[in-house]
Design a binder for this molecule. Structure first.
Ligand code: ZN
Ligand code: ZN
Length: 213
């Protein structure tokens, strides 16, 4: 596997650890983390700090009962469905297979050889797979919010750099770019969009001073 050079930002990793990312972004982050040792280690560190913050908060300001309840909740085993979640299949990480409900992607032609498979779509964002033939450009586009693009096969490049398998591009709302698939294998990537990032839960807000986000 080629070396991964584009990673998840600290801010997004923290929001993911706190469970405050939408479904589409969560799948993209989980898929990247499954391919990237570095982000797996960073995520473990963020989760460790999050636990310590909760622990300190519980000690200072709440009675023993609530603290016990919080700690018990943190120690609870993963829900049963996680244990039976689909495994990686070919180029598709387990998180993507789970989003596909274990079935292979259904591709629709978009023209110019580009194909897309919409996994989920709604007011809170969308999750889809894109298939871009070698050397083909994806039409210029801006973003309604944040966009995450994770390469699963082949590569692409745009105004901001070069992205290979496992690399994730996090494109801000301001970015207007024209991704072009590299030579060799067709580029297959997972693209997630979401409503602008808002910290909906209280844990990331607690962590903001820790990470200066
Ligand atoms: Zn990474
Ligand atoms: Zn884009």
């Amino acid at each position: 596997m080629t070396e991964i050079t584009h990673h998840i930002s600290e801010e997004l990793l923290t929001a993911y650890a706190a469970g405050s990312l939408g479904q589409a972004f969560s799948v993209a982050v989980a898929a990247h983390v499954s391919l990237c040792l570095e982000c797996r280690a960073r995520l473990a560190a963020v989760e460790h700090v999050g636990g310590a913050v909760l622990d300190g908060l519980a000690t200072q300001s709440v009675g023993g009962d609530l603290k016990a309840a919080v700690m018990a909740a943190l120690d609870m085993p993963a829900p049963a469905e996680e244990a039976t979640a689909p495994r990686r299949s070919g180029i598709y990480p387990g998180a993507v297979m789970a989003a596909l409900k274990g079935r292979p992607p259904k591709w629709r032609a978009l023209g110019a050889g580009i194909r897309q498979c919409i996994i989920s779509e709604g007011p809170d964002g969308s999750l889809r797979l894109l298939y871009i033939p070698p050397g083909q450009a994806v039409p210029d586009h801006g973003h309604g919010g944040l966009e995450m693009t994770l390469v699963l096969q082949g590569s692409f490049h745009d105004e901001t750099g070069q992205f290979g398998v496992g690399d994730i591009e996090i494109a801000a709302e301001e970015l207007e770019h024209t991704p072009i698939a590299g030579q060799g294998l067709a580029c297959i990537c997972l693209a997630a969009t979401d409503a602008p990032l808002r910290f909906r839960s209280w844990l990331p807000r607690l962590l903001q001073p820790v990470f200066r986000i």
